[in-house]
Write a protein that binds this ligand. Structure first.
Ligand SMILES: [Zn+2]
Length: 160
């Protein structure tokens, strides 16, 4: 599969998420490194002026204090704050989470939904509409992606 920019959108186009080829490559490389374990990190980017479009320009590596198993992943925090501080200076910030379902579907699990709901409400994230990208399958050969937005206090929106 060649790696290109991917646009996710919902039917009403209320939310549009553009995953840059660079960020997708970072995700795929991290998934390959993780092998048969889940892995993940945060998404860094910016929003269009009207707020409808999120541009995901960077997907970080797994923080080294993350807990990862075959079907579980709890992202750690080591190193993220200094990284976000430096990105802030160039107008980029935390916009959500990505993670890997090795050999599985990109469908969010119940735990995934719950953790994103909590992030949308957490004051320290300052992100009212966090985005979740999940890669499922066997990268780099065959894989699928899902994208969802979690507006604070509302039902999650699945993107296509
Ligand atoms: Zn998951």
């Amino acid at each position: 599969m060649s790696i290109e920019d991917i646009t996710f959108s919902c039917a009403s186009a209320e939310f549009i998420v553009k995953l840059s080829a660079t960020a997708l490559k970072q995700i795929i490389d991290e998934c390959i490194k993780a092998g048969r374990n889940e892995t993940g990190g945060i998404l860094i980017g910016s929003y269009s002026k009207d707020g409808s479009t999120a541009l995901l320009v960077e997907a970080t590596a797994r923080p080294d204090d993350s807990l990862a198993g075959r079907t579980t992943f709890q992202r750690g925090i080591n190193g993220l704050q200094p990284l976000l501080d430096s990105r802030w200076k160039v107008g980029r910030y935390y916009v959500g989470e990505w993670h890997f379902h090795p050999g599985g579907s990109p469908e969010p699990s119940r735990d995934d939904l719950e953790s994103m709901r909590l992030i949308s409400q957490a004051p320290n994230y300052q992100c009212q509409e966090p985005i979740m990208i999940i890669l499922g399958g066997y990268p780099p050969v065959s894989y699928k992606l899902s994208g969802s937005v979690f507006p604070r206090g509302k039902i999650p929106v699945r993107l296509n």
